[in-house]
Design a protein around this ligand. Sequence first.
Ligand code: NAP
Length: 508
Amino acid sequence: MTFQAINPATGEALDGAFSESTSQEVDQACQLAAAAFPVYRKLSGEAKAQFLERIADEIMALGPELLERANLETALPLPRLTGERGRTTGQLRLFAQYLREGSWVDARIDTALPDRQPLPRPDLRQMLIPLGPVGIFGASNFPLAFSVAGGDTTSALASGCPVVVKAHPAHPGTSELVGQAIRKAVEASGLPEGVFQMVQGTGIDVGMAIVLHPQIKAIGFTGSFRGGKAIYDAAVRRPEPIPVYSEMGSTNPVFFLPAILKQKGLDLAKAYVDSVTLGVGQFCTNPGLAIVKQSDGGDAFVSQARLAMSQTQPTPMLTKGIYQAYTAGIEKLNSFSRVLIASKSETAVDGFAAAQPTLLSTTADVLLENPELTEEVFGPSSLLVTADTKEEMLAVAQGLEGHLTATVYGTPEELLEYADLLEILEQKVGRLLINGFPTGVEVSHAMNHGGPYPATTDVRSTSVGTNAIRRFARPVCYQNFPDALLPDALKADNPLAIFRLVDGEWKK
Ligand code: NAP
């Protein structure tokens, strides 16, 4: 069976037929990945760094064809896709540097104490080693940076794990091109072909076959709550349960305090609407919920946000399905008593999957009675909530489920006054921002892109930044090993010159 990509701007099928992978093909991909693991896991940090850099080079060598295909398959504009390609290759190169530095293996050494009384202490040395083949689900909303060669693939390969990627069916041609680039890098680096495997499919069977395959030892996923939770549930019910890192989205509440709204509420209203509609709102960090303290500045902010939203343009979403989920989500919110459509784009909607940016409004008491109102509607909309008092604002914060981010806008003085709000929010999110919108996730060492459930299925991890590598590694302790048999990271003379915790002290 084959399928074609659909252009979401026109509804037309695009050139190219892609084969639905069969269960035998998924099995073969997972077996090849397992066969590659004993070789790949032993690669030095330098060799893995060169491999990641080669992937980045091969992606660049695809030239404009990659960007043009991604544009046709996603309706995302070329400048955005050019930036996303830079993010993807930058991510590969950042992980290469991180591997060369090498201390990520978290080496810990407790030297032997043979004379300790009443019992001697053995020589104990611990470090992180890779888990095994990892199954990865590409996301629809970042056809490059969270897809075939995205952050999940990069961090898994960096840790020493082969990957089996389930390409997202919304951009199969883009996925195929990036897959070819990675395969070239595998070959040029002299690695076994199982280090990178990719399968395609338009139904859940292909992905589930990866999740349930006994050779797969972890899963990385970005997408819907329904998909991410189903995959998590299936993985924990396996005879051998495995970790699942599902990043499932979030409403990213933004709290606006009164003094800052008095100072620059009109500018903030415009910036808020820009953030809501950026990339047709198709970011998991989209600010889908704003809580405004009732005040003169607050009223002006709301009026300006309504005006700004009315001036936005309807734009095609990534797929017809995502567009339908968006319109259904707006209707559901609007069906609640006292939740109103405050403003929407005044330009007529024209196009196959064009979303109309929309601002909804309600009051804090309604939100507190109906916690479902805080659920994500993926797309260019946001719910503006007015709180009468500080206590009401705190109650809204207290009632939140887990999110990827939360933001507080305030002057330095009122931020101190609202320190209790920040204390509550710290318990609810993976990234807490002051005076900045959450869209825009830096790929760096200190970034955390994760958060408590239901934002993710594992609150202890990030899917962006170098710390993502730890998801695909586990600690092993070597007791009383002769030096010659220890991994280089743990050898007595520290040949890799990495930071290690030796008898409780960090040293090189
Ligand atoms: P999705 O429906 O979750 O699909 C993502 C990937 O997972 C696809 O390859 C899909 O395969 C697979 N999948 C979904 N459910 C599965 C299951 N039960 N078993 C096995 N595989 C499964 O996400 P989407 O298509 O990108 O977008 C749909 C919704 O996801 C959006 O409306 C939005 O709410 C959300 N979303 C969130 C983010 C985020 O950043 N967190 C990003 C994108 C989308 P098939 O399509 O072949 O079934």
